[in-house]
Design a protein around this ligand. Structure first.
Ligand code: ATP
Length: 437
């Protein structure tokens, strides 16, 4: 298990995550994903999409726009309700979420009882559509992807001829002007969400709520490979429920130095959203149940998680330090499916053109099937360490003997064992190994 500090530094040094606009001093709550980060992030999203959309016949996908008609946010309750309590310290002028203040002491300057009255602060980013900045053109960057799904409920119902229960899944950016972003990419102002709205017949909602909590836990443990004892589902007490929720389970991870914190919410949103959109749009958003011969507004179960927060968890969980022959070895024991690079190819001797040539040919062949990294910029021991640190499951080395026996070694990241494989079989062997993981 890594600490926040080790992961932040690894992310920067190895090209996973950089501070946004760093050369200008950065900007709080915004981050850029580097060459390895974008691969890992895509793999996390792909794993989710595969599990909740492609492997099921009752969930379909959507990619809705980020900016929507502003009435959406009036109907959803966000204009009125999506606020955090805010206080200013009169002494140092810093702003805080009121619920983060302990014993009336300022976390910045230590002043006691020097806070302004609590004000409600709306977390939505405002923007203007069109060439004039006037109130008629005011709209928002979406603070969640869910509303894009609700407003498309009828479109999808009709176009896809779906019957209840069925779900709509979406991955996309969301924006919240968080008062105190922090803990690296745990709380950002721009982040990505993966959300499902699963529409069910009222009365069956408790059953489906339980189903989704279990299903989501399985994804974290089986597909992402997180340690079982570090993930749990917790029912929220009634007083902590959002305005639209009948019941919510939080899926939490046990963060180093931070303790249990939410990575996903699985909420029973009842018929709140569809009802509100029906009222505000004047459209009929009921579902006709052919069996029961009745119209009703479905209930909704919503599993909602953040890609960036899960990205952080995946790295923290995969980080290992070991001692190998008296030296520290850092290894990311990522599930191979998540690893940014699946296979690295090295020539053992970089000053032997025939070896370099062969290694490059092998890399080119493998690139048709896997993400490949070719490297001849250091000695072999260091090249292995670099790949361990970014979680590459397999390394291939071309040596002098390869020129005569037409075989190479494949080294396993976790066991560090090496096996000799004929070059013609390398693709098939790697495919089999990766399929077994
Ligand atoms: P929190 O209590 O941490 O503020 P929330 O309850 O407001 O989160 P939801 O609205 O339930 O969060 O959002 C669902 C998921 O989206 C969260 O579980 C989290 O993974 C992710 N998420 C929410 N806000 C942020 C953020 N500011 N930065 C990164 N991820 C976020």
């Amino acid at each position: 298990m890594g600490s926040f500090d080790t992961i932040v530094s690894l992310c920067k040094q190895r090209g996973f995550v950089f501070q946004s606009s760093e050369i200008y001093g950065g900007i709080g709550g915004f981050w850029d994903y580097g060459p390895l980060g974008v691969e890992l992030k895509n793999n996390i999203k792909q794993s989710w999409w595969r599990r909740v959309v492609q492997m099921r016949d009752d969930v379909v996908g959507l990619d809705a726009s980020i900016i929507m008609n502003p009435q959406t946010w009036v109907a959803s309750g966000h204009v009125e309700e999506f606020t955090d309590p805010l206080v200013d310290c009169k002494q140092c002028k810093k702003r805080f979420r009121a619920d983060a203040i302990v014993n009336n002491t300022c976390p910045e300057c230590g002043a006691v009882g020097q806070f302004t009255d609590v004000r409600r602060f709306n977390l939505m980013f405002k923007t203007y559509v069109g060439p004039v900045e006037e109130s008629a053109a005011l709209t928002y960057l979406r603070p969640e992807t869910a509303q894009g799904i609700f407003v498309n409920f009828q479109n999808i119902l009709v176009a896809m001829r779906k019957k209840l229960p069925f779900g709509i899944a979406q991955i996309g950016k969301a924006f919240r002007n968080e008062i105190t972003p922090g803990d690296f990419i745990f709380r950002d102002r721009e982040f990505e969400q993966m959300e499902i709205e699963y529409f069910v017949k009222p009365g069956t909602d408790d059953y489906w709520h339980q189903h989704w909590v279990e299903e989501r836990l399985r994804w974290y443990i089986e597909d992402l490979g997180l340690r079982k004892e570090k993930v749990r589902a917790r029912a929220l007490p009634k007083q902590d429920l959002a305005h639209y929720s009948k019941a919510t389970f939080e899926i939490e991870y046990d963060f180093p130095g931070k303790g249990w914190a939410e990575i996903e919410g699985v909420a029973n949103r009842t018929d709140y959203d569809l009802k509100r959109h029906a009222q505000h749009s004047g459209r009929d958003l009921t579902y006709f149940d052919e069996e029961a011969k009745e119209h009703y507004i479905p209930y909704v179960i919503e599993p909602s998680c953040g890609v960036d927060r899960i990205f952080l968890v995946v790295l923290l969980d995969a980080y290992h330090e070991e001692e190998v022959r008296g030296e520290k070895r850092v290894v990311l024991k990522l599930k191979p499916q998540l690893a940014p690079i699946k296979v690295a190819v090295f020539p053992l001797l970089r000053n032997r053109p025939e070896i370099v040539q062969k290694a490059k040919e092998i890399a080119a062949t493998l690139r048709k099937h896997f993400t490949v990294w070719y490297d001849d910029t250091a000695a072999i021991g260091r090249l292995y360490r670099r790949q361990d640190e970014i979680g590459t499951p397999y390394c291939i080395t071309v040596d002098v003997q390869s020129l005569t026996d037409n075989a190479v070694t494949i080294r396993d990241r976790d066991t560090m064992l090496q096996e000799r494989v004929p070059i013609g079989q390398v693709t098939a062997v790697l495919k089999e190994k990766l399929a077994q993981c």
